[in-house]
Design a protein around this ligand. Structure first.
Ligand code: IPE
Ligand code: IPE
Ligand code: MG
Length: 243
């Protein structure tokens, strides 16, 4: 059910991006394997997505797997890939029925074909939805994204579709994976780490940040609501002097 009571702050964020961190520590604190934490973390996503309409959040972007996460053990990586496949299969119907449009960002080349086929299907199945735009960053890295974008841009210049002298700061974002999305207004990172770990580097130039201690599997809609309200009381100057 997505008809949550309207608790939207007047000046709330339209696009919230979340670095969902702390699954491993959450599991460890319970004496369980890291994958137990990843499963618990995946289960939190639904409540957070469903809270968005009531908070006026139209775009939610979540960091699920980074280009650096391949450095983890083979068992953890395989467990995460299997979790992503199972998650998509299990959630497709609910996402579709609840008006959620799902997109994936990141480099698909390194992902296995069974997973990318499920990702394509979920994007296709939800493409007419417009209540909330959920973007899942999977094998995503901000630097990798900019490098891939630059490669395509350079090709367009080399093949005469774009003039080098016309390249400005409006040009590159058109080549980014996020080209159809607005920039994030609020970036939240859970688990107490105060770093962005290669997430939405270009897009977050003027985002507000919240680094909170909660581990991702403990994150709730109530916490999102609190952060959206606190965002509403911030003064975003974008480099100008307030009037
Ligand atoms: C975030 O939780 C999920 C992924 C990076 C896939 P972590 O697995 O990084 O959890 P911690 O940081 O080790 O607690
Ligand atoms: C960032 O978390 C990536 C995701 C949440 C998917 P990490 O746990 O991988 O980041 P670091 O290693 O602490 O910087
Ligand atoms: Mg981590």
């Amino acid at each position: 059910m997505l008809n949550a009571p309207d608790t939207a702050p007047a000046q709330g964020p339209r696009h919230v991006a979340i670095i969902m961190d702390g699954n491993g520590r959450w599991a460890q604190a319970r004496g369980r394997p890291r994958l137990f934490g990843h499963h618990a973390g995946a289960r939190r996503v639904r409540e957070v997505v469903e809270a968005c309409p009531g908070l006026g959040v139209k775009y939610l972007t979540v960091f699920a797997f980074s280009t650096e996460n391949w450095k983890r053990t083979q068992a953890e990586v395989a467990g995460l890939m299997s979790l992503f496949r199972r998650y998509i299969v299990k959630e497709t119907r609910t996402l579709k029925e609840n008006g959620i449009r799902v997109r994936f960002i990141g480099d698909r080349v390194r992902l296995d074909s069974k997973l990318t086929a499920l990702m394509d299907t979920l994007e296709e199945e939800t493409k007419d939805n417009d209540l909330v735009h959920l973007t899942v960053a999977l094998n995503y890295g901000g630097r990798d994204e900019v490098a891939r974008a630059t490669k395509r841009l350079a090709r367009d210049v080399a093949e005469g579709r774009l003039r080098a002298e016309d390249v400005d700061e409006e040009t590159l974002p058109k080549y980014l994976d996020t080209h159809v999305l607005p920039d994030p207004d609020l970036v939240i990172r859970t688990s107490g780490e105060a770093r962005i770990s290669n997430f939405l580097l270009w897009q977050s130039a003027y985002a507000e940040y919240e680094f909170i201690d909660t581990l991702w599997p403990d994150f709730t809609a109530a916490e999102l609501e609190r952060l959206c309200h606190s965002y509403g009381s911030r003064d975003r100057r974008f480099g100008a002097v307030p009037a």
